[in-house]
Design a protein around this ligand. Sequence first.
Ligand code: FES
Ligand code: FES
Length: 98
Amino acid sequence: VSEINTGFVGQEMCKRDSKIAESKIAQKIPYVLKAEESKTYAWCACGRSENQPFCEGSHAVTDLRPVIVNIEEEKNVAWCGCKQSQNKPYCDGTHSKL
Ligand code: FES
Ligand code: FES
């Protein structure tokens, strides 16, 4: 029984290892967009979405997940486009060093 269990664990690890942990740089500048009041946004962390800067499910091939934020008031938001910000989902200037 322990052999079967070991094999199963090995397969699970292989599957996980085959997933991608790295995000892609969508662009090296932020996406500055007007956000609506009291709206929830799913920012794409993986860089693979065709609907930047927002998630559309393309992260499924990766281990990454979107960052969900609720914007309370209408305002311009600088969404990180390079995906390397230390203050995700917002641009913190890190893109200038890439
Ligand atoms: Fe990139 Fe969902 S598509 S996090
Ligand atoms: Fe990513 Fe500015 S676009 S830190």
